[in-house]
Ligand binder design. Structure first.
Ligand code: HH2
Length: 284
């Protein structure tokens, strides 16, 4: 497992020493597991602070649901949802970096202008060509996630790796630099349940890209399917299993809803797979 230091405005995040937990804050009416709960900026900010208390290392704010069958929202609506929350969290001095989950350059730009630290693009810099330029201008780290229409692959892991390599090339060409990109295989995006399980099993192959890896499995439908149709609110244990397996496979950041529980899962898994780095010291 590698280690990386990624500069973010006024701070640096260290990756590879221990697994970082990114807490999900969906400021949307229709996200698949928490839609509508945090549309009010005040409630959204309270939830962000609660996630920090629970041990979140990064808070990821999103204003558009990406679940299958979601309603696309215009940039203006997305901006109106996300920017007041980012502004307020910055003003309140949230002690962890704020990431913004968007595939639209204009939302990304407004978020960075408002003080967000990094971007999370579920199209890996390959949907909106202006995205990489915005990131480069602000020197903002980006999570580049694999995505595609449909579930046809020549070779699942090779195709995902090729897509992510292209994201790294785009970052290099735009002057952002590969060293500001975190890669993500995109669990639940353009993949069947079986393919999602295959990606988790073979995740380690993506370490060949030489970049930190983020994995987002939290409460996703594959877990519901494997566990006989459990609804999102009952996918905690299934999520825990996927988080542990992702860390064993080389994940450096896990993106989750249930921060308190997954921080424990990450600490426990780190103590096994990152001996001497996970923070566990035996006494007596
Ligand atoms: N998954 C979702 C959204 N953004 N970003 C990254 N980098 N990786 C992911 O796996 C990922 C993501 C979907 O989950 P969620 O945010 O809970 O739901 P929704 O898209 O319905 O808001």
């Amino acid at each position: 497992m590698g280690t990386w230091r990624i500069p973010l405005r006024d701070r640096v995040i260290e990756l590879g020493q221990r697994t970082l937990v990114m807490g999900i804050l969906n400021v949307t009416p229709d996200s698949f597991s928490d839609g509508g709960r945090y549309l009010d900026p005040g409630r959204a900010c309270e939830r962000a602070w609660q996630m920090v208390e629970e041990g979140a290392d990064i808070v990821d704010v999103g204003g558009e649901s990406t679940r299958p069958g979601h309603t696309p929202v215009p940039a203006e609506v997305e901006r109106e949802r996300v920017i007041p929350v980012v502004r307020r969290l910055v003003a309140e001095g949230l002690p962890v970096p704020i990431s913004v989950d968007t595939m639209k350059a204009e939302v990304a730009e407004a978020a960075l202008e408002a003080g967000a630290h990094m971007l999370n693009d579920v199209w890996g810099l390959q949907r909106d060509p202006r995205m990489v330029r915005v990131a480069a201008r602000y020197r903002a780290p980006v999570v580049a996630m694999h995505n595609q229409e449909g579930t046809a692959y020549r070779s699942l892991m090779d195709d995902i790796a090729a897509f992510l390599r292209r994201s790294l090339e785009l970052a290099a060409e735009a002057g952002l630099g590969e060293e500001l990109v975190i890669v993500d295989p995109g669990i639940g995006f353009g993949k069947t349940a079986t393919q999602n399980l295959d990606v988790l099993r073979d995740l380690r192959r993506l370490t060949a890209l030489g970049r930190p890896i983020l994995v987002g499995t939290s409460r996703k439908s594959t877990i519901g399917k494997v566990l006989g149709g459990l609804p999102p609110g009952e996918r905690l244990e299934g999520t825990a299993a996927t988080v542990a397996v992702a860390i064993v496979g080389g994940a450096d950041i896990v993106r989750v809803h249930d921060v308190r529980a997954m921080v424990r899962v990450a600490r426990m898994t780190d103590a096994i797979v990152r001996p001497g780095r996970g923070g566990f010291v035996e006494v007596g």
